[in-house]
Write a protein that binds this ligand. Structure first.
Ligand code: NAI
Ligand code: MG
Length: 353
């Protein structure tokens, strides 16, 4: 089997952690006997913007639209390009044009990573957040009237389509089916938001009928955020609308310690377009160029990418290698209190595979 991956390091520590992610992917491909062809691209970066006045070339879709997936570092260098330009002209374009409607983040407490929550150890926190990534609260329908007068009114509508809601729910239920716990939680707020959220609940109930093995529950978003902190052990797959999912998908990884290890996928499950796999963190200008960034978020994103491509054993091997490496204090990077640099940490995980 051969896969073609578009590699986009982007800015800052993206350029340091992506090579470590690729190193690990090359090793695991060799071990599990498949081939990965990596095509590297310099666009979707602020350096590219400086040279060309644009984040991306006009024909970017021809360049990366046919790859099996996109392995992305991080984009953003506020000193050169304002964040709303660098992000909107790169990652957000990918999400929309490649219909990456599922934003997926595993939340897992790893060995050697102190949780900010008291008395939690590896195994206690291990779940997924699935966020709807294309509609819902993040619509551009609305307006502003009587601007700058005391009668001023602003309105922004939430849009939920049956197709849009059903496809994210289906993705989440399918994901739950692949887990041993077979449990799903839906985030709602149908007590306060009286039209769209009851509709969301109704569609969850309808979808659940297709998955009789799945135990499911729902919580209002306010108590759900509290439960993430107080009882993270209660969750397995958590599915949420765009806004609620945005909040939960930052809160979840925050409960498991460092931002340096959290991965994410922006996924088009039908594989009509390439999906993007990237660490949760950004380009970290404060530590860029020093070879001290933690490469694990990037490496774990590579595992998610292999899972998506249909190589679950290779994906699991990467996650196990990360866990085993983290158990060794001297192989941890500085954000985890260790002394290993980016390259040493990447090489240690490669060796563990
Ligand atoms: P950031 O995630 O880049 O950094 C936040 C803090 O976490 C910094 O102190 C940084 O040193 C630390 N950190 C991040 N990743 C780390 C790693 N792998 N190892 C050790 N420490 C790490 O977020 P910030 O500073 O808000 O944004 C910087 C730039 O990144 C901005 O231009 C922003 O727009 C962009 N950004 C891009 C994202 C993406 O490409 N998906 C996501 C978030 C931010
Ligand atoms: Mg966010």
């Amino acid at each position: 089997k051969q896969y073609r991956i578009a590699v986009i390091p982007g800015d800052g520590i993206g350029k340091e952690v992506v090579p470590e992610g690729v190193r690990v992917l090359e090793q695991v491909a060799q071990k599990f006997q498949f081939e990965i062809k990596f095509d590297w691209f310099d666009f979707a970066s602020c350096d590219y913007y400086e040279k060309h006045g644009n984040m991306m070339p006009e024909d970017w879709k021809d360049k990366i639209g046919k790859h099996d997936a996109i392995f992305f570092g991080a984009v953003g260098w506020p000193a050169k390009v304002p964040d709303h330009i660098s992000l909107w002209q790169s990652l957000i374009l990918f999400r929309r044009d490649f219909d990456q409607y599922a934003n997926v983040r595993p939340v897992r407490l790893m060995p050697g990573v102190p949780s900010p929550l008291a008395n939690r150890k590896p195994g206690d926190i291990d779940f997924w957040v699935v966020r709807e990534n294309t509609e819902g609260e993040y619509s551009s329908i609305g307006g502003r009237m009587f601007k700058d007068t005391d009668r001023e009114v602003v309105v922004q509508e939430t849009v939920m389509s049956r197709q849009g809601v059903d496809r994210i729910l289906k993705y989440a239920f399918e994901l739950a089916m692949k887990t041993p716990k077979k449990h799903l939680t839906s985030a709602t707020k149908s007590n306060g938001i009286s039209i769209t959220m009851p509709y969301w609940d109704e569609r969850v109930e309808a979808m659940a009928k297709n998955y009789p093995e799945i135990k499911w529950d729902k919580y209002h978003i306010d108590i759900l955020t509290a439960l993430f902190v107080m009882h993270p052990d209660r969750f397995n797959v958590v599915v949420a609308s765009n806004l609620f999912g945005d909040i939960l998908s930052d809160l979840g990884p925050a409960c498991t310690g460092t931002i340096g290890i959290a991965p994410a996928g922006n996924i088009n499950p039908e594989r009509l377009y390439p999906s993007v796999f990237e660490p949760v963190h950004g380009s970290a200008p404060d530590i860029a160029g020093q070879n001290i960034a933690n490469p694990i978020g990037q490496i774990w994103s590579g595992a998610m990418m292999l899972e998506h491509l249909g190589e679950p054993d290779a994906a699991a091997a990467i996650v196990t290698a990360i866990e085993n490496t983290l158990k060794e204090p001297k192989l941890r990077t500085r954000d985890l209190g260790g002394k290993a640099n980016t390259e040493e940490a990447g090489k240690a995980i490669t060796a563990a595979i």
